[in-house]
Design a protein around this ligand. Structure first.
Ligand SMILES: *[C@@H]1O[C@H](CO)[C@@H](O)[C@H](O)[C@H]1NC(C)=O
Ligand SMILES: *[C@@H]1O[C@H](CO)[C@@H](O)[C@H](O)[C@H]1NC(C)=O
Length: 357
């Protein structure tokens, strides 16, 4: 006879199937659970006494001074499970969860996202920004990279936040969908950024910067002059603090697009959205502590092997690279660190999968 707590735990999935509408986050607009995953409702997290009054649910508080932190993420159907886990991790580890405003970028092709997010996080302050107007042009600018997942237009949405978000939002924390925070996002958002600088991210000056661009780039003086006089270091674009007003003033979206145009004519790099960022910003960013992007946990871009953490403290775990924790967990071949992602997984497994177990 199993102890009562174990028994209750084993019943939970069945209860969820019997009453899928009781806070299960089931989309109410007729999406099938196969087309759009269903998520459990996350616990409610409350502000500490020192925080401002909670933001109302939904989009109306975008410009409220009580929004202490603005977070931007994409909602791509393929990575939705990761995005939902990332949101949960932000809420769980901040002192003021009801003062964080989320900006999601999505295309209307992914219907039902409003309902999906509201179902998982009923009191979340968030707005979904449409990428539809930008998408066709961005699609035309993308050159094939070494990994197909890097070539989706939404992967480039981070370059368009200064156009997509309302002007009242000055600073935003951009987060990829394959990460979880284990520390307070307010610490990351309050990174000091000197005047005139538009971007902050952890820098890696020991990485071999040369390898991010092709010989065709380095041997062409008209191109490689781009890095002259700069102490250009690699940075990962999955975790960035952006000053959107300065970004707009600097015309950085247009500069990134110009490099993408050039890439279409002559191959100057192999990766996706990262190299144009390096071209525009490397050596011109404010540094963020390395603990805010323990990246590479997904292995490399070809095989997705298991990786260890870098030495030092950890505030954010990032499964950049090919291997994603949800895919490896589902396949029954997780890497040891994937166990750190699993507690944030809100996916409500479909009834057929549970039947088989
Ligand atoms: C989501 O819902 C809000 C109001 O509930 C609406 O203003 C907004 O346009 C919706 N967004 C999308 C992408 O459907
Ligand atoms: C850096 O990368 C380039 C190009 O991939 C390579 O030729 C060079 O040897 C590397 N340098 C070091 C120090 O590893």
């Amino acid at each position: 006879m199993p102890p009562p707590s174990l028994l209750a735990a084993s019943l939970l999935p069945f209860l969820a199937i019997l009453v899928p509408s009781s806070g299960a986050g089931a989309p109410s607009d007729g999406n099938s659970p196969i087309g759009m995953p269903w998520f459990r409702e996350a616990p409610q997290f409350y502000n500490s006494p020192s925080c401002p009054p909670p933001l109302p649910a939904g989009p109306q508080a975008t410009c409220s001074p009580n929004a202490l932190v603005h977070v931007a993420m994409t909602l791509d159907v393929a990575y939705l499970r990761g995005s939902v886990a990332a949101v949960l991790s932000v809420l769980q580890h901040t002192a003021c969860p009801q003062s964080v405003f989320f900006h999601f970028v999505a295309t209307s092709a992914a219907g039902g996202l409003n309902a999906t997010i509201s179902g998982a996080f009923p009191s979340l302050a968030f707005q979904i920004h449409s990428f539809d107007a930008e998408e066709p042009r961005v699609a035309g600018l993308i050159s094939t990279s070494i990994r197909a997942a890097l070539d989706r237009p939404l992967n480039y949405a981070r370059s368009y936040l200064s156009r997509l978000l309302p002007k009242c939002v000055r600073r935003v924390v951009y987060l990829d969908s394959d990460l979880v925070l284990v520390d307070d996002v307010m610490d990351l958002a309050s990174t000091p950024i000197p005047d005139g600088v538009a971007l902050a991210a952890p820098e890696y000056c020991n990485a071999n910067f040369t390898s991010y661009f092709t010989p065709a780039f380095w041997t062409n003086p008209a191109l490689s002059v781009a890095f002259e006089g700069r102490r250009a270091c690699y940075f990962n674009t999955g975790v960035m603090v952006m000053e959107l007003g300065r970004w707009r003033d600097g015309g950085y979206t247009e500069q990134i697009e110009e490099w993408m145009e050039l890439q279409k004519r002559m191959r100057i790099y192999e990766l996706g959205s990262l190299p144009p960022f390096l071209l525009v910003f490397a050596g011109r960013i404010a540094a963020v502590e390395h603990r805010w992007n323990q990246h590479g946990l997904g292995g490399d871009n070809y095989r997705g092997l298991c990786r260890d953490l870098h030495p030092g403290p950890v505030s954010l775990l990032h499964w950049s690279g090919k291997g994603k924790p949800w895919a490896r967990l589902d396949a029954g071949r997780p890497c040891p660190l994937d166990a750190l992602w699993a507690p944030y997984d809100l996916l409500l497994r479909n009834p057929i999968a549970i039947d088989e177990s």
